[in-house]
Design a protein around this ligand. Structure first.
Ligand code: FES
Length: 203
């Protein structure tokens, strides 16, 4: 049975309800043409100037002294107090420590990358594969491949899209003297850190 709009939202679908709807539908693609993205993208953290820790799935903070080379984990950013919002694909990032040949053994932020996991083609979630002969991001839906060094698609349908929709959004990182890794406040624009699901201009 169709649900009536909540009085709290003034007849409009709230951001949280929208995300639940997407989860129920099992795909975000249906909404691509209709959505007003500004309402659903992560809030611009740069307004508060806060950095956020890189929180690993086990709840610990990523640390340069313990995070393995040529390894990746999914990280939520920005993290909210609402567990439903934290499951949004648009808040899911792949935190990668590069393989040794790409500088992953260094003890500074250059050894790491953090890219939106939302594929730029039709928004499936891609992931990093560390195996020899791969060492790249791969999307399971239509085979787009992403360069871990730059976030640029180099094969598959995402690679055929015009800039900025061929380069993944990327977050800037910093490492404090204790080795902990932090996410700097982003600039959500194609010329800055990028727009999730849309892309980023490579500078
Ligand atoms: S959604 Fe990733 S290649 Fe199509």
């Amino acid at each position: 049975m169709a649900q009536r709009p909540s009085p709290k939202s003034g007849g409009k679908v709230s951001r949280r309800d929208f995300m639940k709807l997407m989860a129920a539908a099992g795909t975000v693609m249906t909404f691509a043409v209709f959505a007003d993205w500004g309402k659903f993208l992560p809030p611009p953290k740069q307004q508060t100037g806060e950095r956020q820790m890189v929180e690993l799935p086990d709840g610990s903070q990523a640390n340069v002294n313990s995070f393995p080379v040529n390894h990746a984990e999914a990280v939520i950013f920005p993290k909210s107090d609402d567990p439903v919002l934290n499951k949004e694909a648009f808040r899911t990032w792949q935190f990668i420590r590069l393989p040794e040949e790409l500088g992953g053994k260094k003890n500074d932020a250059s050894a790491f990358r953090m890219y939106s996991m939302v594929c730029l083609h039709l928004w499936c979630l891609w992931k990093y594969w560390p195996q020899d002969g791969r060492k790249r991001g791969e999307c399971p839906c239509h085979g787009s491949l992403y360069d871990p060094l730059t976030g640029k698609a180099f094969a598959g349908p995402a690679s055929l899209q015009a800039p900025p929709s061929n380069v993944l959004p990327s977050l800037d990182l910093e490492i404090t003297s204790d080795g902990n890794v932090w996410i700097k406040p982003p600039n959500w624009s194609p010329n800055g850190n990028g727009v999730v699901g849309f892309g980023r201009f490579l500078t």
